[in-house]
Design a protein around this ligand. Structure first.
Ligand code: NCD
Length: 425
């Protein structure tokens, strides 16, 4: 039987209702609904009455089927996802419709007790992941590896070009075919746009794009959207009609390229783009997302964050610069507590894909917001685990087995992972 948290979150997503509206719909108090949604291990968790569960199941059974809107693919070999159909490779967010993204989030909700270390599973026992990172990474590589391990699989890693056979002139084709003989899934991060798709063409083993140069970072965008939905559910907001501000290096930042396309699957979204001169969002992406009643506004000052629901900051990707310069990217672009207090709405959510550049003069997202509930960056990184687990479970066809396979974990993790975590973490 699916857990009450999975059932309720799925229902709110499919009916596209805020918590208040949904509590109203099922005739319960918002406080009761909040307590049903908490993790089982929380002191305030309450079991949902059986009659309420049956009522929610009935509402879902009568809900209108959802309409499919997929993004247009720029990766010709991608197969767009059909609900229920197996995922072969994950290369671009273009493969997703709103419905298939939300199906993945439902599976991520199923994974939450494992990601929170309350439960364990061995559904991927015996499977091997090759985690090939030909570009710098800490969190993405470890997050993919940890997600695979938490499903019971094992991980082989390699990092950097210097120690790879590519440094001896090996083609992507050869590396891909060789690794496919060793592993059951492959994650690749590569400095060139399109290189991961080329990798995927040389193998039938599922390949996941862990970031291809300035191209895409689909799994980051999926975990970002999952985070936005969870934050909005708490705050009584919907992605349709939201105001999302993207700040920083929008030219080379692959996370924002994927995220804006994924968010454009929703309706009436207002995007505010704030980038230093020469680092603006590519025009082709702006054109593609300006549809469905979505509007894109390009601004040059953080004063435009005034009524944003999400402020998504990014690092300046100096390592990708050709002839660009960051002259003019001064203190006026820094997102810090004073700015958020002065300019933003009290319920704004501040996000960043990380890493933050904490060196002085970088003017990246300031650490002075740490511990502030408006800062969602560690909720984002935590959400990377269930979302990547859901991706692997789908790719390897064990998605239906997870729920039944769960057992209690034998050890107890700390209640708050970080000493500065806000109450929401
Ligand atoms: C980002 C990346 O590598 O694209 N990090 C990440 O994967 N979370 C962002 C960055 O490097 O600035």
């Amino acid at each position: 039987m699916i857990t009450q948290q999975v059932l309720l979150r799925d229902a709110m997503r499919r009916l596209d209702m805020t918590r208040d509206a949904f509590a109203d719909r099922i005739g319960s108090r918002r406080r009761a609904l909040d307590s049903w949604l908490l993790p089982d291990e929380s002191n305030e968790f309450r079991a949902m009455p059986e009659v309420a569960r049956r009522f929610v199941q009935e509402i879902l059974a009568n809900a209108a089927p959802r309409v499919e809107v997929a993004t247009q693919s720029v990766y010709p070999s991608d197969n767009p996802l059909v609900p229920g159909a197996p995922l072969r490779h994950l290369l671009s967010v273009d493969q997703f419709s709103r419905e298939t993204a939300e199906d993945l989030f439902r599976l991520a909700d199923v994974m939450q007790p494992i990601a929170r270390r309350q439960k364990v599973t061995r559904v991927l026992e015996g499977a091997v992941l090759a985690n090939l990172f030909f570009e710098a990474s800490t969190r993405t590589r470890v997050s993919f590896g940890a997600a695979f391990c938490r499903l019971g699989g094992s991980v082989c890693d390699t990092t950097g070009f210097t120690f790879s056979s590519m440094a001896k002139g090996e083609s992507i084709h050869d590396t891909s075919r060789v690794i496919a003989g060793y592993a059951d899934a492959i994650v690749v991060r590569h400095p060139e746009q399109g290189a991961v798709a080329e990798f995927a063409r040389a193998t039938n083993v599922p390949v996941v794009n862990g970031g291809d140069g300035p191209g895409e970072h689909p799994t980051q965008a999926l975990l970002d959207l999952y985070t936005i939905q969870r934050e909005f559910s708490r705050l009584g907001k919907r992605v349709d009609g939201a105001h999302i501000a993207l700040v920083g290096d929008l030219k080379y930042g692959r996370t924002v390229h994927s995220l804006i396309k994924l968010l454009a699957l929703y309706k009436g979204v207002r995007f505010t783009l704030i980038a230093p001169p020469s680092l603006e969002m590519p025009g082709s992406i702006v054109d593609r997302v300006s549809r469905n009643g979505n509007v894109v506004e390009v601004r040059d000052s953080l004063a435009s964050l005034a009524d944003a629901d999400i402020v998504y900051a990014t690092r300046i990707q100096k390592e990708r610069f050709a002839e660009e310069s960051i002259e003019g990217y001064g203190a006026a672009f820094e997102i810090n507590r004073a700015l958020v207090d002065r300019v933003c709405k009290p319920d704004v959510v501040v996000m960043h894909p990380l890493p933050r550049d904490s060196r002085s003069g970088s003017h990246d997202l300031s650490a002075d917001l740490d511990g502030d509930p408006r800062l969602a960056i560690f909720r984002q990184t935590d959400n990377g685990i269930p979302v990547r687990m859901a991706i692997f479970a789908s790719l390897l066809g064990v998605d239906k087995l997870v729920q039944r396979s769960m057992r209690d974990a034998a050890w107890t993790p700390p209640v708050h992972i970080g000493p500065e975590d806000s109450v929401l973490d």
